[in-house]
Design a protein around this ligand. Structure first.
Ligand SMILES: C[S@@+](CC[C@H](N)C(=O)[O-])C[C@H]1O[C@@H](n2cnc3c(N)ncnc32)[C@H](O)[C@@H]1O
Length: 269
């Protein structure tokens, strides 16, 4: 897994498109507004303080892992919150790109698979809160572990974001369908858990009928394993997918039929 990741990281670094040769007005604007490093990060101080507290929290929690590496030994795992935060949380830079996409494109119907400690969920909810009242949005985040979800909910309360987040507990395999059926369509579908080829393809196919022309699907860790990279390559080739933007850490999938089919690789570091 590590070799696969490193090999693709180096490849991405040398093959990513430079922005001045980008021949897509849509992706150029996306880069300028959201992907390029933002200068003023003060708006994110509160959430980043929460991240720092989680990273220092040595309290032990017991939880069940339903993700990619899970097996019988994945029941009743004991870890400190700090260890969990180190392993699970998306880097601030990536969470800020997701925040910016939700904010700038005024998305309001969002689903996240994999709440963990709630840091990226908080970035998403704070973008929704900047644009809308809580009754104008529908943001559901699903987490399989009750102990982890409880900690996330504490963060949502302290950030005054609870009204913007519908936090669902359960296995994605069981919860995704009823959650999707409670939506007319989905603007942002963010898959950040259970990183296997089979699960990723299954979640993509289930969510696809809920996508509209301007939706974006976001897949985390597309180079985490050969299975994830295989899923990413297949998603790119799907007939409904018109543009993709590969940021190495995450992949963005667009369905905009007014544009020709194009696949971009952009550097975020
Ligand atoms: C990488 S973490 C999510 C990180 C979070 N989105 C963030 O950026 O702050 C993945 C989470 O998905 C959960 N998870 C993995 N597989 C799952 C499944 N099949 N059903 C429910 N939850 C699952 C794990 O418990 C874990 O908390």
């Amino acid at each position: 897994m590590k070799f696969h990741y490193l090999k693709h990281f180096i490849k991405h670094y040398f093959t990513a498109t430079l922005i001045d040769v980008l021949h897509s007005p849509f992706v150029f604007t996306l880069y300028q507004t959201c992907i390029k490093k933002q200068k003023d990060l003060t708006a994110f101080n509160e959430i980043e303080n929460i991240r720092s507290q989680l990273l220092e929290n040595k309290s032990i929690i017991t939880y069940t892992d339903l993700g990619a590496g899970s097996n019988l030994l994945s029941k009743n795992i004991e870890k400190s919150i700090s260890q969990l935060a180190k392993a699970h949380l998306k880097p601030a830079r990536i969470a800020q790109i997701i925040h910016c996409i939700v904010l700038n494109y005024k998305y309001r119907n969002v689903i996240e698979l994999g709440t963990s400690l709630g840091v990226t969920s908080s970035y998403i909810a704070s973008a929704l809160k900047q644009n809308f009242e809580s009754n104008e949005v529908n943001f559901t985040t699903i987490e399989g572990s009750s102990a982890i979800k409880q900690i996330a909910n504490e963060q949502f309360t302290s950030l005054k974001l609870s009204d913007y987040i519908n936090s669902v507990e359960g296995n994605f395999n069981e919860q995704l369908e009823p959650v999707l059926n409670s939506y007319k369509n989905v603007d942002v579908f963010f898959v950040d858990g259970n990183h296997t080829y089979e699960a990723t393809m299954k979640y993509f196919e289930k969510a696809l009928p809920f996508a509209h022309n301007d939706s974006v699907f976001i897949f985390d860790d597309i180079y985490w394993s050969s299975g994830m990279t295989k899923a990413w390559e297949e998603i790119k080739q799907h007939s409904k997918v018109h543009q993709t933007v590969d940021l190495f850490f995450i992949g963005l999938v667009y369905f905009r039929t007014e544009q020709i089919r194009q696949h971009f690789k952009l550097r975020v570091i």
